[in-house]
Write a protein that binds this ligand. Sequence first.
Ligand code: B12
Length: 236
Amino acid sequence: MNITEFKDKFYSYTYERKYKEALSLVDNALAERLPPDQLITKGILDILKKFQSYFDEGYINISAFQLLAVGKIAEDSLEKIKPWLIKDNQTENIKDKIVLGTIKNDFHGLGKKILKLFLEMENFEVIDLGLDVEPAKFVDAAQEHDAKYIFVSTMMLHNIIGVKRVGDILFQRNLRDKVKFFVGGAPFNYNYGLIEKVGADGSAEDVYLLMDKIIGRVSKRKKRFKILRRYFKRGM
Ligand code: B12
């Protein structure tokens, strides 16, 4: 099996809500030594984006129930792939600490899960606060663990107020220069202006762009492509 075949089959199984088949497809792909990071970035992430666009653009009638099934299959597949993502270089020093979570009232956990996997792969220490996190808790955790970054994820526009609150609390506690505040998720991907409005230092549409920002590791070709895509998106 190659990655395209994996993607096609994974799409059919998720679309038809065939949980067991999708999960054993992941097992087979891993057994056949398909690169685990590509199973995520070129497989599962692409499929999620496909469902995302169906939902956003109303191409086909996708129910919340269907999305729940897609979410469950994707989450459990990621868990299966996780142990295969262990870095070759285990001796590399642990990088900075990152406090990560979704903001209060937000239960969209897939993006956060993917970020955590890739950040840990890059040897960052991730303090995962989970879903539905009060704004102050992000700052409390950053102080407690002496974290360099706070990463707040949200998929819903009306939760932006909670995200801004994190920035405000950082400011009130005189931590604004000490802690880097990153935000991400659908609202920021659709409207870049919101990044500044919530007082964040930055955002990223996906894990590659994020890694580029925090450790500067992305190929020049990929970077040019992303910049172009971003340019056209802004123009729309
Ligand atoms: C799947 C999905 C669900 C699933 C979630 C499953 C799960 N386990 O997470 C279920 C069915 C449960 C769900 C529920 C709901 N959903 Co929903 N959902 C989606 C959908 C289709 C895809 C989201 C997703 O998982 N994408 C895949 C992941 C991998 O991508 P991602 O999260 O964007 O993450 C990537 C980047 O954004 C970035 N990133 C993410 N976070 C961060 C953080 C930082 C710091 C950085 C740097 C980067 C970063 O990196 C990630 C990896 O590449 C979106 C559509 C959309 N446009 O996003 C709607 C969407 C987010 N949902 C929406 C809504 C309205 C809801 C519900 C309220 C529906 C309802 N009426 O019940 C509930 C809300 C539940 C709640 N309170 O949280 C709306 C929100 C609209 C708004 N007002 O903003 C959307 C936009 C759909 C729409 N167009 O209307 N949903």
